[in-house]
Design a protein around this ligand. Structure first.
Ligand SMILES: O=C(O)CCC(=O)C(=O)O
Ligand SMILES: [Fe+2]
Length: 317
């Protein structure tokens, strides 16, 4: 494992959209990961989100479990609820739940379908709901600006995603994450988040600066062995953006949805991910510019909702 590559830095305030789109294209082909700076979300907003997130995760487990993830995929997931690396096998003692990730999380869905969301009580966390709703709105608008640059980078109209209805009722969600610092003997060898690629179009991630995130930036194929893990560093104020599997499918693997993981380093770590997933009815099929007779589509067309439902089913089964 190397000490870390420097990933491309995309400046969202640049007026030269064509050049920015070309840089995004290069980053998505080469690494599937890049940083986004000058996106317009102030440091104060991130600070508030992290403060409120920490307050929620410090509540007693029984309080958090009252908001357990519902059928609409909103709410709390406790430690060991999830396995991202479905290739990992049980090793040894079942009571140690070897493959389950050492993290807890909370999902908040689109404001447009707010009735499906779950919220901590106003008495215990009065600023929580407003903070998260307003962050969802802000990050969604950055994500849409990025998606329009991604469309440009693929020689599509910059309103491609609007035109296909991707944002009509998007499944976009904010996910608060907490990786606990205290590890038990049983947690030896476990990951905060085991190796996975994200499922949707793109993910916009911010962390509290505690290290642990790694990505297979130099492996062009997910099943390459041995896997080479690079540290992905925190850059103050920047989003870490990565390509998800749906965008990989749309681009016939031209853009890479790169494997990544979070090490459990025995230190509390907080991060906030935003998954930009399209309207469930949106058909994801190979773009014309990404296939040819010699390079036919590698995946059949699929409705985004069907694809995401199946991925989540496996993750939480
Ligand atoms: O917490 C992190 O740094 C990464 C989280 C992540 O990869 C995910 O939730 O999909
Ligand atoms: Fe991820």
């Amino acid at each position: 494992m190397s000490s870390g590559l420097s990933l491309p830095l995309i400046d969202l305030s640049s007026p030269d959209r064509a050049t920015v789109a070309e840089s995004i294209r290069q980053a998505c082909i080469e690494y599937g990961f890049f940083y986004v700076i000058n996106h317009g979300i102030g440091k104060g907003i991130f600070q508030k989100v992290f403060e409120e997130s920490q307050k929620f995760f410090s509540l007693p487990l029984e309080e958090k479990m009252k908001l357990k993830r519902n059928d609409a995929h909103r709410g709390y997931t406790p430690l060991y609820a999830e396995t991202l690396d479905t290739s990992t096998e049980f090793k040894g003692n079942f009571s140690c739940l070897y493959v389950w990730d050492l993290k807890e999380s909370f999902y908040i869905g689109s404001n447009s379908q707010d009735d499906l969301n779950q919220w901590p009580s106003e008495e215990s966390l009065p600023l929580w709901r407003d903070t998260m709703q307003s962050y969802h709105q802000d990050v969604m608008s950055v994500a849409k600006r990025l998606a329009s640059l991604i469309a440009l980078s693929l020689n599509l109209d910059d309103n491609f995603f609007e035109r296909i209805g991707a944002w009509d009722f998007p499944m976009a969600s904010v996910r608060l994450l907490h990786y606990p610092g205290e590890l038990s003997a049983c947690d030896n060898g476990k990951y905060g988040a085991s190796a996975h690629s994200d499922y949707g179009i793109i993910t916009l991630l911010v962390t509290d600066g505690v290290p642990g995130l790694q990505a297979c930036l130099l492996n062009m194929e997910k099943d390459t062995n041995p896997q080479l893990w690079e540290n992905v560093h925190h850059v103050n104020g920047a989003f870490i953006v990565n390509v998800g599997d749906l965008l990989e499918r749309w681009t016939n693997c031209l853009f890479r949805s790169t494997l990544h993981r979070v090490l459990a380093i025995g230190k509390d770590r907080y991060s906030v991910a935003f998954f930009l997933d399209p309207n469930p009815d949106c058909l994801v099929e190979c773009l014309e510019s990404c296939c040819s007779d010699s390079h036919p589509p590698r995946f059949p067309p699929i409705r985004s909702g069907d694809y995401l439902k199946e991925r989540l089913r496996v993750t939480y089964s």
